[in-house]
Design a binder for this molecule. Sequence first.
Ligand code: SAM
Ligand code: SF4
Length: 349
Amino acid sequence: MTMDRKEILHWLRCDDPKELEQLWRLADRARQQHVGEAVHLRGLVEISNYCARSCHYCGLRAPNRQVSRYRLSAEEILDCADQAVRLGYGTLVLQSGEDDRIEAEWLASLLRHIKATTPLALTLSLGERSEDDLRIWREAGADRYLLRFETSDRALYRAIHPDRGARVSDRLALLRQLKSLGYETGSGVMVGIPGQSYAILADDILLFRELDLDMIGIGPFIAHPDTPLGQAASPLPGETQVPPSIGMTCKAVALARILRPDANIPATTAVAVMDAWQGRELALRCGANVIMPNLTPARFREHYTIYPGKADRIEAAEQSDQQIRSQIKAMGRGIGSGQGGRKSGTQTE
Ligand code: SAM
Ligand code: SF4
């Protein structure tokens, strides 16, 4: 189904619940037809919270001295991989700040080991790394890479992504490199960052289609008090600024599904943090087909403080796994089996 910028803007601005039913239906039907009933579970491991960048929205930014920094050992990461296998997940997602101490060769040998000893697909989300590092990891067996472009508006992007000395931040350029290296490529945005207008969010959604993304991650912006954007008022007038709400996030998820019907789209952690009871379920009803349960050992998880509220949701992996499975079953949906990549199709358990 095609949808132009005017229609996208109409839906983003629509607040008539009856009319919005039509958007949820369109997105849910596109999800059913293109990726089916299976919800894929990916085990998320936050392998380091060291970060050399200073993104204006994120609690892990380098200048934030309130964070106790940690980096997992190879053994700790392998334990998480074993747990992902035990829980029946098809994919392990390794995420971190932009941490140069995660050396390319060190991680490559870990990736080779996981690929040789488990059936897991491997997704990396380690920030803006050099093309050499990305190639080494791809050759070692990494299948996918997640890097949100955060906003399609160049001026807003520049304002909230300071360079690292000579290392200019350019996530769009890196997404092109990732594709040419053969990664399944994921990107996305936050909904409601100060300075994001409806027009910008509409362009973000159109860019999902233009980039032909395999995975699209969309979550609400959650203000972190120890960051520049956690304190700043929006530079835009109230009626122009996109609110960082669950409702608006669901609209962006639905539109992403309609424009990129066969992409994998998670019900993100930020959605679950904003609405602990219903967040994930709402996203699954308007186009999402993936959940990423957190497998990071509890003693580290409380320090991966991208935004407030995340640490309140620390429960044992087995417990959250059971809750997520019952929630999916109660919705009449199945749990995906296999790796669940865009190119490897979907099956249900
Ligand atoms: N360092 C890697 C990167 O930036 O791609 C991966 C980790 S980073 C914490 C993952 C994502 O968290 C970012 O792409 C951003 O969209 C999201 N994020 C950061 N701060 C946030 C906030 N305050 N509210 C919601 N999401 C946030
Ligand atoms: Fe670092 Fe990623 Fe946070 Fe930016 S978004 S400060 S790169 S962890």
